[in-house]
Design a protein. Structure first.
Length: 533
């Protein structure tokens, strides 16, 4: 019967384990000196060696002829543990045995002496899946365990394990295995099995495995079934990858704002049977490489690519500003998250590419420069005259400013009087989408805007809210206004001016100070005024 490569080449001693030198050295020394702990906690990503090291420990503590902390792998105990025929070593899947009753039964059995071995070893995989009651039951025996019992807990989510359990274990964090180490192991397996693999192909498999040896060997097994001479094309076909040329075609189209070219490149990838979710993951990695290339010259140690692609990343990165790359990565990450909830993954990615290509440049996303305060009475009088004329629907004579304005400052668009704004205002149809986007950026501001409506008058978005806190925020807090601006740009792709709006809010009450009302209305129309005594 054929045995999968990852099972056939599973390390049998600590010396065979790749990429976890510090952990294996510590464990080997403990066992060689006869000082094993009563409980171990192994944490790390999948395929990094947690269960493998657990089984090696189980063999080493019970081996009839141990060799320097390693099991001999030849005695009946070692061979029995390897083929799962020794009853004193139990491997438990906590995901399917998470209840308290199962742990209570385990606790009762643990007090019995082992039948064949020196120690009873309980390997509990995915221990974070145990219920709270089950953890409490396990804690009782871990506090004062019998001398003949050894617990080994393994998990990928250590933050879900109670601190009371962690404190009673020796904890070892398994790191991602270096791609070079994985590639070396893959080349060794290929030579043992009698097939060939190119170095670049081995490195590509290692990078796809993201530091997990088991995933890498499983993909190698799949590629071997496809071809006895494994190259980059074989890996791409088996993993459902798009070529690097396709990724650069999409990024070049985005750099030029060419929406059609980006969609055509995506269509070519989809037509070539590329997995759309995997393509989105590749695009995230591709733009990550571009971001790193834009920020530093030390690419080889940071980017995930083939050596011959480094110069190409340097050239492509020059077409992007860092804020632009950050925006693209945010957009692609959001798209990848939404793909798990939609049946049409291709449409999600197409929408993301259109949104990215049609989005404004980073300069358009930057907040407008604030106008310096005017101290002279003549300038203040001129501005008040302009505002008064605008509010009355008339035109005011231009007054000479006290100081000349900068020549390169763009003139502001005239503000329409409130009556005209009411006539032109129509409901803004995408306000709900803006609020959802704002919820991700600023939850406090989102809470202040719950129940609000928005209207569109030319390029001005008027927000109708009965929440006085929000009205104060939008008048006084530039950060809040900027958050709303960014959300509107991301949803609509256009830049709008912003102002609060309330039906009848611009009417001056009888007996009110006209200047106070004038300043109040100016604030609500997003016009900065300062009055000097």
């Amino acid at each position: 019967m054929y045995q999968a490569l990852y099972r056939k080449y599973r390390p049998r001693t600590f010396d065979d384990v790749y990429g976890q030198k510090a952990i294996t050295t510590t464990l080997k020394n403990e066992l060689e000196n006869g000082k094993p702990s009563h409980a171990y906690l192994f944490t790390g990503l999948r395929g990094s060696g947690k269960t493998t090291c657990s089984k090696i420990i189980a063999k080493a503590v019970n081996c009839l002829q141990p060799k320097g902390g390693n099991p001999c792998c030849e005695c009946e105990i070692c061979t029995g543990i390897d083929n799962d025929s020794v009853t004193d070593v139990m491997e438990i899947d906590a995901a399917s045995n998470s209840g308290v009753d199962y742990i209570r039964e385990l606790r009762e059995q643990a007090f019995y002496q082992p039948v064949q071995c020196k120690k009873r070893v309980y390997i509990i995989d995915e221990v974070h899946m145990l219920s709270t009651e089950a953890f409490n039951a396990l804690l009782k025996i871990m506090e004062e365990p019998p001398e003949h019992v050894l617990f080994i807990l393994a998990t990928t989510e250590v933050h879900k394990v109670p601190a009371t359990i962690i404190s009673r274990c020796q904890r070892f964090d398994f790191k991602r295995i270096d791609p070079e180490d994985i590639a070396d192991r893959l080349s060794y397996i290929a030579s043992q099995e009698g097939f060939s693999i190119e170095r670049d192909a081995a490195l590509m498999i290692a990078r796809l495995a993201d530091g997990g040896m088991r995933d890498a060997i499983s993909l190698l097994d799949q590629c071997w079934s496809h071809s006895a001479a494994i190259d980059l094309k074989t890996v791409a076909d088996c993993a459902g990858l798009s070529s690097s040329d396709m990724l650069f075609a999409i990024s070049d189209a985005i750099a030029g704002g060419d929406c059609a070219a980006a969609l055509l490149a995506l269509s070519g990838a989809a037509g070539g049977s590329a997995d759309i979710a995997r393509l989105c993951e590749q695009l995230v990695g591709h733009f990550r490489n571009l971001m790193i290339a834009r920020c530093t010259d030390k690419l080889s140690s940071l980017v995930v690519c083939l050596p011959q692609e480094l110069e190409r990343f340097n050239q492509s990165a020059a077409a992007f500003a860092v804020p632009r790359l950050l925006f693209i990565l945010d957009c692609l990450q959001d798209t990848l998250a939404r793909m798990g909830r939609t049946p049409n993954k291709r449409l999600e990615l197409e929408m993301a590419l259109v949104r990215i290509c049609e989005s404004p440049s980073p300069a358009a996303l930057a907040p407008a420069a604030s106008v310096p305060p005017v101290a002279a009475d003549g300038a203040l009088a001129a501005r008040l005259a302009k505002l008064e004329a605008a509010l009355q629907g008339g035109s005011a004579p231009s007054a000479s400013p006290a100081a000349p304005e900068a020549q390169d400052e763009a003139p502001k668009k005239p503000v329409l009087p409130p009556e005209e704004l009411r006539k032109r205002a129509v409901p803004f149809p995408r306000w709900a989408e803006v609020l959802e986007k704002l919820k991700e950026k600023n939850r406090a501001l989102y809470g202040a805007l719950i129940g609000s409506n928005a209207y569109l008058a030319d390029d001005l978005i008027l927000i109708d809210s009965k929440n006085e806190l929000f009205l104060k925020l939008i008048r006084e807090n530039e950060y809040s206004k900027q958050n709303i601006h960014e959300c509107i740009i991301e949803i609509t792709g256009k830049k709008h001016r912003l102002g609060p709006f309330k039906e009848g809010h611009y009417k001056i009450e009888e007996g009110a100070d006209p200047l106070d009302e004038l300043l109040k209305n100016a604030n609500e129309l997003d016009i900065d005024l300062k009055v000097s005594e």
